[in-house]
Ligand binder design. Structure first.
Ligand code: PLP
Length: 378
C-alpha cells in the first residue's frame, strides 16, 4: 500500500497523502450530498496543506474557515468567496474586514459582542454582512472533552435563552442580514444518535421561532462525523450515507430552506499517514521503546487528546513484538502508542502512523526548535 521505495529518498518525518483515497472520498461525499441537495463546506482547520486544499476546492464544495489566514488559504486554493463561511469565537477586526472585502458567503456569529463589531465594520464599509447565528444547543456529543463544543459550559455559540436580545439587535441594524442558524456540537462523533438529538433541538427551535415569524434561509449543522481510527483499511471512507440519512429523516426543513455541513476530519483523515524513521530501540527494565524521529510537534493528537492511531512498521516482516512508540521531544506525553504490537523493529525502519490526515500536519509546531514535517502527495 505504501510506495516504500520513494520513501527511502524522502527526508523523514513527513506526511504521506493518498490522492486516490481523497478523490474517492470526495466523490462519494459529493454524490450522496448532491442526491439530497445538501451543501458541504470543507473545514479547512482539519488540513490546510495547500495541495490538499486545491484538490478539495477543485471538487466544487465550499470552505469553512476559522481565521483570516484560513480564508486567504481557501481563496488561494480556488474556493470561491461565495462558498466560504467564517466561524470562530474570537474574530479580530482585520479578519472581519478582510472577509467583508472578499464578500464571503456568511459569518457564523458567536456572540452579541461580536455582532456589534461586525455591524460597526460593515457600516464603515457601507456594506451588509450576511450572518448566521451560531447557537449553542447544549447537547453532549459524547466525545473527548477537548472536542466537545455544544455544551453550555463551552465557549462556543449563543445560548438559546439569549437569542431574543440578539434578534432585536439585528432588526435595528441595516448592516447585517440574518441568513441562517449554525450549530456545531463537537468532533469525532461516532454515535450518530447524537445528530438525531441535534435535529430534534433544531426542530423545536424552528417551531418556536416560526410562531414569531422568524425564519432563515440556511441551516448549518457543522461537522463532527467520526472516522474509524481502529480499522483504517477496513473503513477508509466514512459512512456519509447513514450520516446524511439522520438529517434527511429527522430534520424538518422549512420550504426553500437549505441544509449546510462543515465536514473536516471525515474528508481528509484516512488519506494521510505520518511516516517516521526509527532512531533507536531502547531497552528499559519493563519496556522496549521504539524511538522515532517524529514527535508530538508533528502529530499532537495522542499527547493532546490521548488519541489512538494504528501504528505499523512498513519495512519489517518479522514476528510481532511489543513496544512503546515514542518521539524525541522532552515531554513524557510525547508518546504515539503504548504496548503496540509491531513487526520486530530495528534502527532505520520506517513506521507509518495511520489516520493522520486530519488535525495532524495542521497542528504541527516548532517546539524544541524543530523543523515542520514535510509531505508527499500521490
Ligand atoms: C465550527 C466548526 N465546524 C466544523 C468543524 C469540523 O469538525 P470535524 O473535523 O469533526 O468534521 C469544527 C471542528 O472543530 C468546528 O469547530
Amino acid at each position: 500500500m505504501f510506495p516504500i521505495s520513494h520513501f527511502n529518498i524522502t527526508k523523514t518525518p513527513f506526511y504521506y497523502y493518498d490522492k486516490t483515497l481523497l478523490s474517492n472520498t470526495l466523490a462519494k461525499l459529493i454524490r450522496l450530498a448532491g442526491e439530497r441537495n445538501y451543501h458541504v463546506h470543507y473545514a479547512v482547520k482539519a488540513n490546510a496543506n495547500p495541495e490538499i486544499l486545491k484538490l478539495i476546492a477543485a471538487s466544487g464544495i465550499g470552505a469553512d474557515c476559522v481565521s483570516g489566514g484560513e480564508i486567504k488559504a481557501a481563496l488561494e486554493a480556488g474556493f470561491p468567496a461565495k462558498k466560504i463561511v467564517f466561524a470562530g469565537v474570537g474574530k479580530a477586526d482585520w479578519e472581519i474586514e478582510y472577509a467583508l472585502e472578499k464578500k464571503i458567503f456568511c459569518f457564523n456569529v458567536e456572540s452579541a459582542e461580536e455582532l456589534s463589531v461586525i455591524e460597526e465594520l460593515a457600516k464603515k464599509k457601507e456594506n451588509i454582512a450576511s450572518i448566521a447565528l451560531r447557537i449553542n444547543p447544549n447537547i453532549d456529543a459524547h466525545t473527548h472533552e477537548y472536542i466537545t463544543t455544544g455544551l453550555s459550559e463551552n465557549k462556543f455559540g449563543i445560548p438559546i435563552e439569549m437569542l431574543d436580545s440578539i434578534f432585536s439587535q439585528i432588526q435595528r441594524s441595516p448592516h447585517v442580514q440574518l441568513v441562517g442558524f449554525h450549530f456545531h456540537i463537537g468532533s469525532q462523533i461516532l454515535n450518530l444518535e447524537t445528530f438525531h438529538v441535534l435535529c430534534e433541538r433544531i426542530n423545536q427551535l424552528q417551531d418556536d421561532l416560526s410562531k414569531r415569524n422568524i425564519q432563515v434561509k440556511h441551516i448549518n449543522v457543522g461537522g463532527g462525523l467520526g472516522v474509524d481510527y481502529e480499522n483504517p483499511d477496513k473503513n477508509p471512507i466514512p459512512d456519509f450515507g447513514r450520516y446524511f440519512d439522520i438529517f434527511q429523516h429527522n430534520l424538518n426543513l422549512r420550504g426553500g430552506q437549505q441544509l449546510h455541513f462543515e465536514l473536516g476530519r471525515s474528508i481528509v483523515c484516512q488519506c494521510g499517514s505520518l511516516i517516521t524513521r526509527v532512531l533507536y530501540i531502547k531497552k528499559g527494565i519493563e519496556k522496549q521503546f521504539v524511538i522515532v524521529d517524529a514527535g508530538m510537534t508533528d502529530l499532537i493528537r495522542p499527547a493532546l487528546y490521548q488519541a489512538h492511531h494504528c501504528i505499523e512498521n512498513i519495512t519489517s516482516d518479522m514476528e510481532k513484538c511489543r513496544y512503546d512508540v515514542v518521539g524525541p521531544i522532552c515531554e513524557s506525553s510525547d508518546c504515539f502508542g503504548r504496548d503496540v504490537m509491531l513487526n520486530e523493529t530495528k534502527r532505520g525502519d520506517l513506521i507509518a502512523i495511520r489516520s493522520a490526515g486530519a488535525y495532524g500536519e495542521a497542528m504541527a509546531s516548532q517546539y524544541n526548535c524543530r523543523t515542520l514535517p514535510g509531505y508527499l502527495i500521490e
